[in-house]
Design a protein around this ligand. Structure first.
Ligand code: AMP
Length: 249
């Protein structure tokens, strides 16, 4: 069976982001970009399912600017078989991405679509859910274990205070949580092999999707600066301040 994996190019998680001086967004000029960490987990899971004989082909999809090709090459170096870039310079919001993935799912007919639970840049946590609704498929979000057997997926989900296990018929959507797996290191030979794998480019219009943003960002601001601490002379003063000033005990 075929698996589709969505991989987003985001600001690298090690970068300390700066808000643009006019408050319209985050400055991404000259900033290191990489694959959204939850999407690396998604690709790794698809590759493990392929190694386990459950998946026969892995197609990685990324939507965005031309440089998303690098993200797709990384996915292919981890083990995806081919890549599809939906090439656009438009700002893409989750609904638009979900519609693009729906159009590609109609074309590619995968039995499984794996996405990250959220993109670390916009923290939306919406795309997988919207895609499941558009396709009318079952979805298991926040997956920490995925088993494919007898035409169904059995997925253990991380929920508040524990784990929940659900079964869903294929085709299905799975979104990955942090503990699903630890992605492998990408080796140089695999980076070289990935350069030769097929990478197709399409435009949103080729898929019949209008990606016009539906939301307008009004303002982005830095978190408030932490104020300086104070020294107390003894435990009694600390307890008194916690009780009477901070009112936390
Ligand atoms: P979000 O709903 O934006 O938090 O993103 C959730 C997941 O949807 C990500 O982890 C990706 O798997 C997928 N996704 C979101 N945006 C894109 C994009 N532009 N290209 C490919 N996949 C995306």
């Amino acid at each position: 069976m075929k698996a589709l994996v969505a991989v987003k190019r985001v600001v690298d998680y090690n970068v300390k982001v700066r808000v643009k001086s006019d408050g319209t967004g985050v400055d991404i000029a000259n900033v290191n970009m990489s694959m959204n960490p939850f999407d690396e987990i998604a690709v790794e899971e698809a590759v493990r399912l392929k190694e386990g004989g459950k998946v026969t082909e892995i197609v990685a999809v990324s939507a965005g600017v031309t440089q998303c090709q690098e993200t797709l090459r990384t996915a292919m170096a981890i083990g995806a078989d081919r890549g599809i870039l939906v090439d656009t310079t438009e700002e893409l919001q989750p609904l638009a991405v979900a519609k693009l993935l729906k159009a590609l799912a109609d074309k590619e007919q995968p039995q499984l679509i794996i996405l990250g639970k959220q993109a670390i840049d916009d923290d939306s946590n919406q795309t997988g859910q919207m895609l499941a609704a558009l396709l009318g498929w079952g979805q298991a979000t926040y997956a920490s274990k995925v088993v494919i057997e007898d035409g169904k997926a059995t997925v253990t989900r991380e929920v508040d205070g524990g784990l929940e296990t659900v079964a869903l018929p294929l085709p299905a959507i799975v979104t990955t949580d942090l503990r699903l797996n630890e992605p492998r290191y990408v080796t140089l030979p695999n980076i070289m092999k990935a350069k030769k794998k097929p990478l197709e480019t399409v435009k949103p219009a080729d898929l019949g999707v209008d990606v016009t943003p539906r939301l307008k960002t009004l303002k982005v601001s830095e978190p408030p600066k932490r104020s300086a601490g104070i020294m107390v002379k003894d435990v009694a003063e600390l307890v008194s301040k916690l009780k009477n000033e901070a009112k936390v005990i």
